[in-house]
Ligand binder design. Structure first.
Ligand SMILES: *[C@@H]1O[C@H](CO)[C@@H](O)[C@H](O)[C@H]1NC(C)=O
Ligand SMILES: *[C@@H]1O[C@H](CO)[C@@H](O)[C@H](O)[C@H]1NC(C)=O
Ligand SMILES: [Zn+2]
Length: 588
């Protein structure tokens, strides 16, 4: 038991007992007579055990008091948030810097992020030669990678950088050593893998045709076809996965991130999470979406709700998948692609099944979060939710039912105006990645055409009344939330500072958010999307004591400086989990 609770119990239990006895004997007596001393004892203990922090400014994101300069922390939560009039700033409690609430990424993949940190980073490669060079360099430093037990893994290639040609398995035979290696490299959007000849040799021949899957070249497998390969992939063992997790957490803490929504965690991985969550170095809050071993199924034996006592792991949601990604023409569209008129992409599940799954999962008390990119996938998701409301809460309005179940659409990328209206009407939560818009803007209009891009694609402001949950989809994009905020506020690439035309106007700039709206998208909105409103993403009494210290107040920064912003400190549950190293060479 935490010290405060122990002390309070010891001191106030006798008082309460006496109060109860007196209350029974003299029912007319004013209860305040006993409650007041109890309250005072509580306050005194609170003051003894709590720790106070004062900063130059604190942006709370709490309605009412948006700026304060001090807070106290007790048992990992804010116990008092206040303006200090007595110029506390001169006392021991005073600290340098400006505070915002701890940041949350509303959609990421923690294990894959950690795995990426332990594999070849191919992001930003501009040619096949670039890819080869990085592979050679990585292998030189990681002799163990590439065996049949531990395949060499990488992520970040894009055939658009290979003069439009899909890569093939033999491209990976870079040297004699590489000829014998097991290699699996994820496309930049993780919707395709590219494998070596050794891996190909493991697979059945002829390769099976899988609905919702594609094999665009010898050695490349997209969407559902990826399963053909992954069934032979030696999944990393527990120890390696534990390392992936801890590496990822530390790296995210460096970026000011205190929590994330983990968008698809297998039951066996959840077991590992539960095992590790009480470790001292578990420094991130995780809202995990369960993903059944078999995609798009109902797996009630794994539908176990969970939360630990410190608020570091929450399990009460499930991830389903309606379609694939836009980059590989895998997202399911109502009308054909402009640059591939014979195709409308493909659904990974039909509407009937999706609706049934939504109902089954919601009945077990799980929030249903559906991955939907194309406008057909978004349409089916909205329809699945709508049909579920009637069964789940016959006595409530659809809006009330939605508020209770908080169904979400992950990505919400291309949405027909009809479904945008429906979402707004019912309150369906969009989970949006602002950097997807700026990463895809180079080709999105070619895929979708002018009208669809203008009316349907990458909505932000249009969906603002729904308090969109913002995220990055790391490791698909950089996990740096300030880059996400930049993309949302400017609709320009945080990498180049430019829009699709190479200008600074912003790509469909009518969809931009304000800085405050974007910040809420990475704090209070993900809190609501995870049933943690009032507990996370806000600095107020009773909330988790999570905060980030910046050099300047966020609102005072120029937009361009967001692209290079670093945080001074990150605190989770009243504990500092990251402190920026002092620049070398400063002598006091
Ligand atoms: C988590 O579980 C504890 C019991 O272990 C409970 O008291 C607490 O309210 C739960 N927190 C949330 C946010 O569900
Ligand atoms: C939807 O998919 C399920 C499972 O694959 C199948 O049994 C069912 O017949 C399909 N329904 C329709 C209307 O296509
Ligand atoms: Zn994702």
């Amino acid at each position: 038991m935490p010290p405060i609770a122990t002390s309070f119990t010891i001191i106030s239990l006798p008082i309460i007992l006496v109060a109860v006895v007196y209350q029974l004997r003299f029912p007319d007596l004013d209860q305040m007579f006993f409650l007041l001393p109890n309250f005072l004892v509580f306050k005194i203990i609170q003051n003894i055990f709590s720790k106070t922090y004062c900063y130059a400014s604190i942006e709370t994101l709490s309605p009412g008091t948006s700026y304060v300069d001090c807070f106290s922390v007790l048992d990992g939560k804010f116990s008092r948030v206040f303006m200090d009039d007595t110029s506390h700033k001169l006392t021991k409690d005073a600290r340098e810097g400006h505070v915002i609430p701890g940041l949350w990424d509303g959609h990421g993949h923690l294990l894959r992020y950690g795995e990426l940190m332990n594999s070849v980073n191919l992001f930003g490669t501009r040619s096949m030669d670039d890819v080869k060079e990085r592979l050679l360099r990585y292998k030189a430093g990681h002799k163990e990678a590439g065996t049949s037990d531990q395949w060499l893994r990488g992520i970040g290639w894009d055939q658009a950088n290979f003069e439009g040609r899909w890569p093939v398995a033999s491209d990976l035979e870079i040297s004699e050593t590489f000829k014998d290696m097991y290699i699996m490299l994820d496309r930049v959007d993780v919707h395709c893998v590219w494998v070596s000849e050794k891996v190909l040799a493991l697979l059945p021949s002829p390769l099976p045709e899988i609905p919702g899957g594609e094999i665009p070249a010898e050695g490349v497998f997209c969407d559902n076809s990826i399963d053909i390969v992954t069934q032979f992939y030696p999944r990393p063992g527990k120890e390696r996965k534990a390392k992936f997790l801890k590496d990822a957490m530390l790296d995210l803490n460096k970026l000011g991130i205190v929590g994330m929504h983990d968008a698809g965690v297998f039951p066996s991985e959840l077991e590992l999470y539960k095992e590790l969550v009480s470790d001292e170095d578990w420094s991130l809050r995780i809202y995990a979406m369960l993903e059944c071993e078999t995609r798009n199924t109902f797996c009630p034996e794994d539908a176990v709700k969970f939360n630990d006592s410190d608020g570091r792991l929450f399990v009460r949601s499930v991830k389903l998948f309606a379609d694939g990604a836009l980059g590989s023409w895998g997202s399911a569209m109502i009308e054909p692609y402009m640059d591939k008129p014979e195709s409308k992409g493909s659904l990974l599940v039909n509407g009937t099944t999706l609706a049934k799954l939504a109902k089954d999962w919601a009945r077990t008390g799980f929030q249903v979060n559906i991955h939907a990119i194309g406008d057909l996938a978004n349409k089916l998701s909205v329809e699945a939710f709508t049909s579920a409301y009637d069964v789940l809460c016959p006595a409530l309005t659809q809006r009330e039912c939605q508020a209770q179940h908080r169904f979400r659409i992950e990505h919400s990328q291309v949405i027909h105006p009809d479904q945008q209206r429906q979402m707004l009407l019912m309150g369906i939560i969009p989970s949006i990645q602002p950097t997807h818009a700026t990463s895809d803007m180079a080709y999105a209009e070619a895929r979708l055409g002018k009208r669809r891009t203008e009316q349907e694609a990458y909505r932000m402001r249009s969906l603002l009344p729904l308090n969109p949950v913002l995220g990055s989809d790391f490791p698909v994009e950089s996990a740096n939330i300030f880059e996400g905020i930049y993309a949302a506020v400017t609709r320009r690439s945080p990498r180049t500072g430019l829009d699709a035309d190479g200008g600074t106007e912003g790509w469909y700039s009518e969809e931009t958010l304000s800085l405050k709206e974007a910040l809420e998208g990475f704090t209070s909105n993900p809190a609501y999307g995870a049933f943690l409103e009032g507990k996370a993403g806000v600095i107020q009494t009773g909330a988790y004591a999570d905060w980030v210290v910046l050099d300047e107040p966020l609102q005072a920064l120029s937009m361009e400086s967001l692209r290079i912003l670093t945080v001074r400190e990150t605190w989770v549950g009243g504990k500092m989990v990251y402190k920026r190293p002092e620049p070398d060479g400063i002598v006091f």
